[in-house]
Design a binder for this molecule. Sequence first.
Ligand SMILES: [Ca+2]
Ligand SMILES: [Ca+2]
Length: 343
Amino acid sequence: MQQSSSQTMPSVNGPVPAAHDEMIWVPGGTFQMGSDYHYPEEGPAHSATVEGFWIDKYAITNEQFARFVEATDYVTFTEIPPRAEDYPGAKPEMLMAASVVFQKPAQRVDLRSHFNWWTYVPGANWRHPEGPQSSIENRAQHPVVHIAYQDAEAYAKWVGKELPSEAEWEFAARGGLDRATYAWGEEFTPKGKSMANTWQGEFPWQNSRDDGYEGTAPVGQYPANGYGLYDMIGNVWEWTTDWFTARHAVTKPCCGGASLKAVRDQSFDPQTPEIKIPRKVIKGGSFLCAPNYCRRYRPAARMAQPIDTAACHLGLRLIRRPKPSTNLLVIRNAANPDEGVNT
Ligand SMILES: [Ca+2]
Ligand SMILES: [Ca+2]
């Protein structure tokens, strides 16, 4: 039974409540997580159980994130030039404060190379989503983007919430429709209605904007799911705490530093064995997900994201658990687990 969101809503830190601070209670339950009918990393479909939790009704907005930065002087990952010693062999241009930005090519390109649309842009960050010439003016209620994992954790700590596990996120995204393909049922655009901000047209060079937006949309423009949550699918990808696996691990590995580290190390990208950057699971797809390239606008879909990489289509939303979690696989900055922003 869904509780009213105003009933025992925990208070939020911070000087002034922002728009879109609201959280929704998601009752726990057992559901079918993953899918055997789409991309291989979504399988095997399996039974998973989550406890009840509160979750942000919307993805975190620029207004909310700005409030955090104002209160703490926090500097995000993409605003800091990478240290050469952390990235041995990196070219000098990779050692500038920069982030990953989508740039629409003028004509059809080879889909096998994502360098045809992804560019590492110096000066791109949450305040300048497309690079130094761009700004978030008039985008206060758009989801914040260019958030690396440590930024997501720092924001969560300040606001007194936590990042969701993949299972919690997926359970919430399904909105009570167990095994449905989409968060709203079996049809992508029921009666022709856009249910999420994705990409229509031929990715990456033609965007017909049938859903009204070429880039991010203000949060809450499309119908809520069964739990009353907006934009779980589309608009921006959202971080979870799970380390990426090429397939779902049906039994959770357990307990003890060595095996936790092993789980993290399994998330390294096998395509680039020389790079040892662990990768988290991100969920929900974004405004860049298109039928001809990345049909990841579904609750089961998942993607690997290096923890040190932010992008113009990646943000976050947070949860609050009734009891502080003790049993989740969370590895924080190993050296200083408590390091972060003081509240
Ligand atoms: Ca769109
Ligand atoms: Ca989303």
